[in-house]
Design a protein around this ligand. Structure first.
Ligand code: ZN
Length: 302
């Protein structure tokens, strides 16, 4: 049976757009419940300064809670060396750095030009190599399919950035459609080139359903051989520094997609829907984009 890995990013990407601060114990409850449902990898928080995204005031506590869950790979997002150092101190298993393919988005998101971000990434990787207990380092390339500030982002830009990142030496890359601009044809062209370029390096695909093409893009990437996908419970999320961004691909929808095609996710959809209803109570005022939760599981769905 074919298998896919669904990495939950709701506690990071999802929560960064939610104004209401979710209490720490609720975040930990969510984390535990989702790990209990057999989610093998969860991006649990972000080490951005609290004054920029107050939601992540408790990032250290959340990471500690995640680390105590056996069998779970937890990752944290870091915007810079300062955040990475904090994550190293706490011996985070995986650290995801972020660089944008669009110069304007990189500036808006982490207040640096791309060149400085690349230099900082190589400092993070070198620092990691000097440690006795190393973390895995991933890089998410934001706005890989277009940017809501500067518009078109060429494949050449993305591929060039990936080449530099490979030279630095990281453990995985995530190709992110941060603002939901991608279409399946674009996904096919970019991922075909990427797969040839990266060799054995792990690729995660991170799509947003902002314009309704999220699932079509997931399926296109799957058909090209991608087996690792990000998604966010209830379709929460988006980038606070990208105008118009909203709606990650919803976890319950992506699980439905793969389960219905008999591609193993390791997750039971009925249990997941119970979790969604439970977590959904915290987000009554948010616009949720998931479909399967409102439509219900089809009759006799197995
Ligand atoms: Zn996202």
């Amino acid at each position: 049976m074919e298998e896919v890995l669904i990495r939950e990013v709701g506690l990071r990407d999802g929560l960064q757009l939610v104004k209401k601060i979710l209490p720490t114990e609720k975040k930990i409850e969510w984390l535990n419940m989702q790990a209990f449902l057999n989610f093998k990898e969860i991006e649990v928080t972000s080490f951005v300064p609290e004054k920029i995204v107050p939601q992540f005031f408790d990032s250290e506590e959340i990471l500690q809670a995640a680390k105590s869950i056996s069998g779970l790979t937890s990752s944290v997002l870091v915007p810079n060396f300062f955040g990475a150092k904090k994550a190293f101190e706490l011996q985070a298993e995986k650290i995801n750095c972020v660089i944008s393919a669009s110069e304007s988005h990189n500036k808006a998101n982490i207040n640096k030009d791309i060149k400085s971000s690349i230099t900082e990434l190589s400092e993070i990787v070198s620092y990691n190599k000097s440690l006795e207990n190393r973390s895995k380092i991933g890089v998410a390339i934001s706005t890989s399919f277009g940017c809501s500030i500067e518009g078109e982002v060429s494949n050449q830009k993305v591929l060039h950035l990936v080449e530099k990142i490979i030279e630095i030496g990281v453990d995985e890359i995530t190709i992110a459609d941060t603002v939901g601009y991608a279409n399946p044809k674009q996904v096919k062209i970019l991922f075909n080139s990427l797969i040839r370029l990266v060799g054995n390096l792990d690729i995660f695909a991170h799509f947003h359903d902002t314009r309704g093409l999220g699932m079509a893009n997931v399926l296109t990437a799957f058909d090209l051989g991608i087996r690792k996908f990000d998604s966010s419970l209830l379709g929460l999320g988006g980038c606070p520094f990208a105008p118009g961004a909203s709606g990650n691909v919803a976890t319950e929808d992506i699980i439905y997609l793969f389960n219905s095609m008999k591609i193993s996710t390791g997750i039971d959809l009925k249990d997941l829907i119970i979790l969604c209803k439970n977590i959904g109570k915290f987000f009554k005022s948010e616009a949720l984009s998931g479909k399967i939760l409102s439509a219900g599981i089809p009759k006799n769905f197995n």
